[in-house]
Ligand binder design. Structure first.
Ligand code: NCD
Length: 311
């Protein structure tokens, strides 16, 4: 494959926080190549032949797990899948023991989702395999931010100096934090919008603006990345009811059609239809939600390929 750029500055993709702007650009450029590959009649390339990748999912996932597996298979890697619910984790085995056992079977790379913040960083200090963070608690979800970046730029061009809104449950979302780091590193203007209880105090120190007015935010934005209300992470009540949340922060067609400009709608999935987005918005021409899913495979192929070529 002909990608003449330099290599990534790190051996792992643990978070956008640890990547340089040049790394982000290299991943996006490489992903564009792989997007062309996966649209060919023969979608498979031999780039990762003889590389074994373990997908370790200690937390539920549909899209991300399938997307990684597909990316690995399109690159001809050997793949093993592990999910915590059907493993010895439920018998009390530690994270390190589980992973060391898997690695002793000669695994080269680990893709990991874990409910605890920092789990991939912890592992990266203990084992030699390359690690890709597929989501750690409420911390980071770097591959989602990169596929979001790819999809935004496919839709509106270079995001430098453009206005990007992130709407919804910022407090509990790893997608929000990774998106903020990614967009700010590349020079976009970022505004967060949601109820005050779902926006962490002092988040402005990351260089973002905060608004509690959805209409004004959407008038300002070129793109709105709309996030799911993470009820499973909320142990207290952050707003009176889903109905009230939806009234103030849900996006429906009537609201979109009443705006002066056309904003691109994104969502990482899974969508709570009728809460953060109405169905007619999720399925509208303005939504690029399914493009995000398609681009996820190309972006993950790019990351795995670039990590493997560093070894
Ligand atoms: C996100 C996640 O798991 O953090 N989903 C995803 O990876 N596609 C967002 C979410 O769960 O709302």
């Amino acid at each position: 494959m002909e990608i003449n750029a330099h290599s990534l500055s790190t051996r792992h993709v643990l978070g956008i926080k640890y990547l340089k702007p040049e790394d982000l650009r290299l991943i996006i450029k490489t992903a564009a190549h792989f997007k062309e590959v996966i649209n060919r009649p023969i979608k498979k390339v031999p780039s990762l032949r003889d590389i074994t990748i373990a997908n370790l999912f200690f937390e539920n996932s549909t899209r991300t797990r399938i997307s990684f597996e597909l990316a690995e298979k399109r690159l001809s890697a050997d793949v093993i899948n592990f999910s915590a619910s059907s493993s010895s984790v439920s018998k009390g085995e530690s994270l390190l023991d589980t992973v060391r056992n898997i690695l002793s079977m000669k695994v080269d790379m680990v893709v990991m989702r874990h409910p605890l913040q920092g789990a991939p960083v912890f592992l990266a200090n203990k084992i030699s395999a390359n690690i890709v963070n597929a989501g750690d608690g409420t911390h980071e979800h770097p591959t989602q931010a990169l596929l979001d970046l790819y999809s935004m730029e496919e839709s509106i061009g270079d995001i430098t100096g453009r206005n990007i809104a992130i709407v919804g449950d910022i407090r509990h979302s790893r997608v929000a934090l990774s998106n903020i780091f990614c967009l700010k590193k590349l020079g976009a203007n970022v505004r967060l919008c949601g109820p005050p209880t779902l926006i962490p105090k002092n988040i402005e120190t990351l260089g973002v603006e905060v608004s509690h007015n959805l209409r004004e935010t959407l008038e300002w934005a070129d793109v709105a990345n709309v996030l799911r209300i993470q009820l499973e992470r909320q142990n207290i009540s952050y707003f009176p009811s889903l109905r009230e949340y939806s009234l103030y922060f849900g996006i429906d067609k009537k609201l979109l059609d009443s705006l002066d400009s056309e904003v691109v709608i994104m969502h990482p999935g899974p969508i709570n239809r009728g809460v953060e987005l109405s169905s007619d918005v999720a399925d509208s021409q303005q939504s690029i939600i399914l493009d995000q899913v398609e681009n996820g495979v190309a972006v993950r192929m790019a990351i795995l390929y670039l990590l493997a070529s560093k070894n």
